[in-house]
Design a protein around this ligand. Structure first.
Ligand code: DGY
Length: 320
């Protein structure tokens, strides 16, 4: 019997064609909706490999009932949806998709920063709603980006790629990270700062840290209080790093000036979400790595990793 692979979202046929030549492959039949939990659990019971999305919980319950499972290839660089300890205990290799999405995610992060600072979404709405009656001196005046201070929280490869973009805008770049990055300090020209120092000095605070026990809830009322009143907060990492009630309060009280959000505490959000009611918030639906080229590269990497593990080789990008 051929090993069975379950893919938790409908992907283009040509992506999975190579797998179909050698394995039995089944795919959840929808592109826009996640596989129901009970379906995932029952498919996992007979699967040798799963290709999962960040919206699928791969936890102890799933892993302990998946006797044949050898690999879970997660279509994301983040893997906070996966219980790594349980995977280790059950002998399941976890892979992710680093590197291939770095520049694309940095592009989006910088675009979000620029859109928030220069009020691009408000301006688009304004003109399309027929409100543009004349040029006026302070019409939709935003905030400068060039020569400002950018504070990056979480200096992985995406953080570095954002820092390189910022340097092109003559920005002063601070970063805060678990460990110092002497190489990035040298090659990109960024400066390490304590978390408090970064919050106090930055005009833009950009979160790019992974979601871990240490980063969960890292931004509370206190942290927003420490930021400049003119500061813009960008989260392109994971929603639960930020207490959204505290962020909403900080925006409403004018403790910070704006926010650009690609991620939310609980996704998806509906249009009644309190942060979506604020003009100074630019919100986008977790599309950091979503260019056609990059999403295809991520899918191809997942397929390659599954092949490697099922053939007994080392996968290219195993999570350690
Ligand atoms: C990731 O890869 O972790 C991103 O959040 C997906 O866009």
């Amino acid at each position: 019997m051929k090993p069975y692979i379950y893919i938790t979202r409908k992907l283009p046929e040509y992506v999975i064609a190579p797998l179909q030549k050698e394995f039995e492959v089944e795919m959840w039949n929808q592109e826009d909706a996640p596989v129901p939990r009970d379906t995932l659990l029952s498919k996992a019971e007979k699967a040798s490999a799963l290709l999962t999305m960040l919206s699928d919980k791969v936890d102890q319950e799933l892993l302990q009932n998946a006797a044949s499972l050898k690999v879970v290839a997660n279509l994301a660089v983040g893997y906070d949806n996966i219980d790594l300890e349980a995977a280790r205990k059950n002998g399941v290799t976890i892979t992710n998709t680093p590197d291939v999405l770095t520049e694309t995610t940095a592009d989006l992060t910088f675009a979000l920063l620029m859109a928030t600072a220069r009020r691009i979404v408000e301006a688009d709405r304004y003109i399309k709603e027929g409100k543009w009656k004349s040029w006026s001196p302070l019409l939709l005046a935003g905030m400068d980006i060039h020569h400002k201070t950018l504070g990056i929280v979480g200096m992985g490869s995406i953080g570095e790629a954002v820092a390189r973009r910022a340097k092109g805008f003559n920005m002063d770049v601070l970063y805060h990270n678990r460990s110092r990055k002497p190489e990035a300090e040298q090659s990109v020209g960024v400066r390490y700062a304590s978390f408090d120092e970064l919050l106090a000095q930055s005009d833009f605070v950009v979160v790019l840290a992974p979601l871990t026990k240490e980063t969960e809830g890292m931004f509370q009322e206190d942290q927003f209080n420490k930021m400049k009143e003119s500061a813009i907060f960008i989260n392109a990492a994971r929603g639960p790093i930020v207490n959204e009630t505290a962020l909403e309060k900080a925006l409403k009280m004018g403790e910070i000036a704006g926010a650009g959000l690609d991620v939310f505490e609980t996704e998806p959000v509906n249009k009644e979400h309190p942060l979506l009611q604020l003009n100074q918030v630019v919100a986008i639906p977790h599309i950091g790595s979503s260019s056609k080229e990059t999403r295809h590269a991520m899918m191809a990497l997942c397929v390659e990793n599954i092949f490697s593990v099922l053939k007994g080789d080392q996968p290219k990008t195993a999570v350690k």
